[in-house]
Design a protein around this ligand. Structure first.
Ligand code: CUA
Length: 344
């Protein structure tokens, strides 16, 4: 008897330690990570769109907690007092209790949440004024092409918005289904082949907000990230002007040799650098590649070493992407890196 009880006790504590405890710790850790400042979490909103969603989330969370506590209280009451034979409890009262707790309260909660949800949907559908800036974003496997409407140039995986203003974002896909999601600013909008979708972005404080493709689109779906930079209006205007202007001219001999290698080599077949002979449209426009936050849409940091590795063999950095390994003369690689790093 004793041995058996001992085994049961031990296996229970074993179960707790091995299975449940890690789940509890992981859940708690994720919750804390999601709430801590700076995390790209929808529960850490920085704009009016995501703010509405976060408020709705917290409302549903606290309602769920209240319902859970109520159900547990009723369950405890039933377990503790089930043996009491009281005529009043057996007849009239249970029916009234079941009607109120089982139908009345849920009805009030559902109708209220539905009404708040409709109000928030209407607010999210309330786009910017007709004169607001429009940014055109095209999803590619696996990067984001970014243009300002009416502007000549393009960039990749980074778009800027003026703080405190609603900016229209027009979304297309060049291939498969993607989804444009900036958790701290706005819920997801899917990019559907053959359609032009619209969403908007609004940030009420300056900062960089990470965005992510939120629809599985192939092997490098996870490396299809982007950055939304919210900045004062004059900085945004300067960014728009930079996108329309030619790329920075090379300043040193190494940079000049790098530019020549780029324009005369295979690079120019796929990439554009504004103001040079490189006009390829297959890969990202590289006119400002030196100032971007990452290489390969979030694959690796943007520094000389990673850039060199990427040029030599992009398949080792982001397997499956559409840039083939380049037959670059090792003597030319430092020049190419120097030139591309100077494009800011
Ligand atoms: Cu694009 Cu996932």
């Amino acid at each position: 008897m004793d041995t058996r009880r001992d085994v049961t006790t031990r296996s229970r504590s074993e179960l707790w330690r091995r299975r449940l405890l890690p789940v509890v710790l992981l859940g708690g850790g994720l919750a804390l990570a999601g709430c801590s400042g700076g995390a790209p979490s929808a529960l850490n909103p920085a704009g009016s769109g995501a703010g509405r969603v976060a408020n709705l989330w917290w409302l549903l969370f606290w309602i769920s907690i209240a319902v859970f506590v109520e159900v547990m209280a009723v369950l405890a009451w039933a377990l503790l007092f089930r043996r009491r034979r009281d005529a009043r409890v057996r007849h009239g009262q249970p029916l009234r209790f079941v009607t109120i707790a089982g139908a009345g309260i849920p009805l009030v909660i559902l109708v209220t949440v539905y009404a708040i949800g409709l109000r928030d949907l209407a607010a999210l559908g309330d786009g910017p004024d007709p004169g607001a800036p429009t940014i055109e974003v095209t999803g590619h496997k696996w990067w984001w092409e970014v243009r300002v409407q009416g502007g000549a140039g393009a960039t990749a995986n980074e778009l800027h918005i003026p703080v405190g203003e609603k900016v229209r974002v027009r979304l297309r896909t060049a291939d498969v289904l993607h989804s444009f999601w900036v958790p701290q600013l706005m819920p997801k909008t899917d990019l559907i082949a053959g359609e032009v979708r619209e969403t908007w972005l609004h940030a009420d404080r300056a900062g960089s907000y990470r965005g992510q493709c939120a629809e599985y689109c192939g092997t490098q779906h996870a490396h299809m990230a982007f950055l939304v930079v919210a900045e004062p209006r004059q900085d945004f205007d300067a960014w728009v002007a930079r996108l329309a202007a030619p790329a920075a001219a090379p300043q040193t001999d190494a940079q000049r040799r790098g530019q020549a290698a780029f324009v005369q080599g295979s690079c120019a077949g796929c990439h554009t650098i504004r103001g040079t002979g490189a006009n390829g449209r297959i890969g990202p426009d590289l006119s400002d590649v030196g100032s971007r936050w990452s290489i390969g849409a979030g694959a690796v940091p943007n520094d000389g070493g990673h850039l060199g590795g990427w040029i030599a063999n992009p398949q080792t950095v982001k397997p499956g992407n559409y840039m083939p390994p380049q037959p670059v003369d090792p003597g030319q690689l430092p020049d190419l890196i120097a030139y591309l790093r100077s494009l800011k």
